[in-house]
Design a protein around this ligand. Structure first.
Ligand code: KG4
Length: 330
């Protein structure tokens, strides 16, 4: 089999294009990160994001084809994320995919961004097998799913306010650290000399399935106001421990409750080394397998879109040109 697909990912602030063979082998994977454009606002500005996608997407497609050493005529299908995400940003990727589908006469496949993230580790030589528990932790989403098959995702719990990555970004902003906050906080937390600050654990009632990250952000801000002499490394260490503890506690509770022994953790926050250690320890206590994408595939990328779309392609599940973008997943 030699099925080649092009995947476009423009749901937020990365313009990403990838060429994938047979759903697993990324022949190229190019990403333009807009971080520099959004840095001074300490968050993504939707209007700036969609304009930037438009400016670079065509040249990135050329780059991805060249890196994969193929041309347009070698493509069997074209895929784009159409949900969830920033409407204007999603439109750039989806409209580009529609134009390619129409011009080349190849199937169009519109992909759910969340499902694509949870597919990412299967681009790296692992065999795809269901069911698995999928933790998705990023700047826009924090949720756990049971993934029972292609297109079969059941949300078991999600955030009622901020996403966990958003909390990392906001705490970093308050402390005057760089954007995005996640990698900066992880590095600074590792330098904490004393580990004597403790923020309350989040949503501890038994049976609660929700996530929440706006309270801990406020707790950090209040702590800093009351303790202006406290060290930044010590503060972010304490924040990171609590923020990650909830991700681990919920993921393990869902896996255990459903009797599922395979767990995937994906999204930008899954690149966090401390989360990887904590989740791996908790999964092994449960005798469960924990699977992380390699850090470059944790964040937004085109390979996860093209790779997941392959499975729709082989099932002849295509979209027509009337398919639209949706800011929410459902
Ligand atoms: O998945 P992603 O690239 O984009 C979307 O949000 O869709 O995730 C970006 C988020 C940001 O909030 C960033 O601060 C966070 O992931 N992040 C991290 C780390 N690397 C990225 N959070 C904690 N630790 C990290 N190492």
């Amino acid at each position: 089999m030699n099925i080649i697909g092009l995947g476009l990912e423009t749901s937020c602030d990365e313009t990403a294009v990838s060429i994938v063979r047979n759903g697993t082998e990324a022949l190229s994977n190019v990403t333009f990160s807009q971080i520099a454009l959004h840095r001074k606002y300490c968050g993504v500005v939707p209007e700036i994001a969609s304009r930037a996608h438009l400016e670079v997407i065509n040249s990135l497609i050329d780059e991805a084809l060249a890196a994969a050493k193929i041309n347009f005529r070698d493509l069997n299908y074209v895929a784009a994320t159409n949900r969830p995400g920033l409407t204007g940003s999603l439109l750039i990727g989806l409209q580009t995919a529609k134009a390619l589908s129409f011009a080349l006469g190849i199937p169009l496949i519109a992909v759910n961004h969340l499902e694509a993230h949870l597919y990412a580790p299967f681009l790296e030589g692992r065999e795809l097998a269901f069911p698995y528990i999928g933790l998705l932790a990023s700047g826009g989403n924090t949720a756990v799913y049971e993934v029972a098959g292609i297109g079969s995702l059941e949300c078991l719990g999600k955030t009622i306010d901020d996403a966990v990555g958003e909390a990392f970004d906001k705490v970093a902003k308050y402390l005057g650290l760089d954007y995005p906050g996640g990698p900066v906080i992880e590095k600074l937390a590792a330098e904490a000399a004393k580990k004597e600050i403790f923020f309350p654990k989040i949503l501890t009632a038994s049976g609660d399935t929700r996530f929440s990250y706006s309270g801990i952000k406020t707790a950090v801000v209040n702590y800093i106001k009351a303790n202006p002499e406290a060290g930044k490394a010590e503060i972010v260490y304490a924040f990171q421990e609590r923020a990650l503890e909830l991700l681990v506690r919920r993921t393990i509770a869902f896996a255990s409750g459903r009797g599922i022994k395979k767990i995937v953790a994906a999204g930008g926050v899954a690149a966090n080394g401390r989360l990887r250690v904590l989740l791996s320890e908790a999964a092994s206590a449960l005798d469960a397998e924990i699977i992380f994408p390699s850090p470059p595939l944790c964040g937004d990328n085109g390979a996860m879109v093209a790779g997941l779309a392959f499975h729709y392609y082989v099932r002849n599940e295509f979209d027509d040109l009337s398919v639209d973008v949706r800011s929410k997943a459902s």
